[in-house]
Design a protein around this ligand. Structure first.
Ligand SMILES: NC(=O)c1ccc[n+]([C@@H]2O[C@H](COP(=O)([O-])OP(=O)(O)OC[C@H]3O[C@@H](n4cnc5c(N)ncnc54)[C@H](OP(=O)(O)O)[C@@H]3O)[C@@H](O)[C@H]2O)c1
Length: 345
């Protein structure tokens, strides 16, 4: 194997991406070296380029949604073999990111891809699913609901409504699927009308147009359920969706956000705001995410979790540059963009 690889590098704060070469790292204890076949793009990747929302070291390699083939095993790895097809959640440390041809992954946040899924479809899962998962079940960065795999959770949330704003987004789509697994009913979501079938396919029971105001949505939801809305997951978390979510939320309810709060927790009604942080490597999330990653292969093979629709970008790593720009401009609807690092010229 060559010791060098191609990588898409952001040389400095708010700089321009460049194709570059960097050495292929060696796996340490509990780590795997992966030859990346598919890398999915996330909004945070363009946000880092434009506003540096996450503190990182430059030159930086971005991307945290990884699917590929195990090339080398670090010490202490028992559940994986060289040649396994795997999916993994990276982190913003250059040897562990997606926009390059090889990366290291933590075995705890790596899972085998079942034969029914491609590298492309699997790459759409890690960031979206972990953010949905932590936002619902995280005690620190989430609503603290009992995870569906614990015995005490069986039927726990049944007949409780949940509203998920932005059901066609990646985070929203996985939140719908976990809400179904947890037994929430009804599962009410918003998206553009062109994505109604998509979100119902993920398990939403009721769909409403994302352009409805808070008042209109509240009226529409009152036709669906008499139960108070105690949980709203706002996958989009723009100021306008946050206000809608806040307006829908009943006393003592929880609003889960994916971005910083713009609405203020007000007194008297006991309503709470939590901000999801979908990074499984964060100490507060580690145990929860180890548990879900141990189940991911089965969830994908039995259809409990359906990956997102995707579009493959042309030109290997270089295609990521245009893809991130489309994400920034809000030109991607109901799908993930995926790049093939091995096709880089
Ligand atoms: N805190 C964390 O750890 C974390 C992790 C991951 C993501 N995030 C953040 O979460 C947000 C979503 O990320 P993502 O990857 O899921 O995004 P995405 O898949 O790229 O989102 C695209 C979707 O957003 C929907 N959308 C846009 N504006 C909407 C609105 N006003 N109402 C309802 N839907 C709307 C669009 O729906 P239609 O096309 O149907 O209109 C489109 O399908 C981003 O801001 C991201 O940075 C945070």
């Amino acid at each position: 194997m060559s010791l060098q690889q191609k990588a898409l590098v952001l040389p400095q704060k708010q700089g321009n991406f460049e194709l570059s070469s960097r050495s292929i790292p060696s796996p340490g204890v509990g780590q795997l070296l992966i030859k990346i076949r598919s890398a999915a793009l996330n909004p945070v990747d363009y946000k880092i380029k434009h506003t540096e929302v996450v503190a990182i070291q430059y030159p930086a390699v971005l991307g945290t949604d990884i699917a590929g083939i195990v090339e080398e095993l670090g010490e202490g790895i028992e559940n994986f073999r060289k040649g396994d097809r795997v999916v993994a959640h990276g982190k913003f440390t250059n040897d562990f990111t997606a926009f390059q041809q090889y990366t290291l992954t933590a075995a705890s946040f790596t899972a085998k891809i079942p034969a029914s899924e491609s590298f492309d479809s699997a790459a759409t899962v890690p960031v979206g699913l972990d953010t949905a998962l932590v936002g619902l079940y995280g005690k620190h960065y989430g609503a603290g609901i009992t995870p569906p795999w614990t015995e005490s959770a069986s039927g726990h949330e049944s007949k409780k409504p949940i509203v998920i704003l932005g059901g066609s987004s990646s985070v929203g789509s996985y939140t719908i699927q976990l809400a179904r697994l947890s037994g929430f009913y009804p599962i009410i979501t918003t998206a553009s009308p062109s994505n109604e079938e998509l979100v119902k396919g993920y398990g939403a029971t009721h769909f409403f147009d994302r352009s409805l105001s808070g008042k209109q949505l509240l009226a529409a939801i009152s036709e669906v359920t008499d139960e108070p809305i105690k949980l709203v997951y706002d996958a989009i978390s723009l100021p306008e969706t946050q206000s809608v979510g806040w307006e829908l939320l009943a006393d003592n309810g929880t609003l889960v956000l994916t971005l910083y709060a713009k609405v203020k927790e007000n007194e008297g009604k006991g309503r709470k705001i939590v901000q999801a942080f979908g990074n499984p490597h964060a100490p507060e999330n580690e145990e929860l995410c180890r548990n879900s990653w141990a189940r991911l292969e089965k969830w994908l093979s039995d259809g409990t979790i359906q990956p997102n629709k995707y579009e493959v970008l042309p030109n290997g790593l270089e295609g990521i540059i245009g893809g991130l720009e489309r994400l920034r401009l809000g030109q991607v609807s109901g799908r993930k963009l995926v790049a093939h690092p091995q096709e880089t010229q």
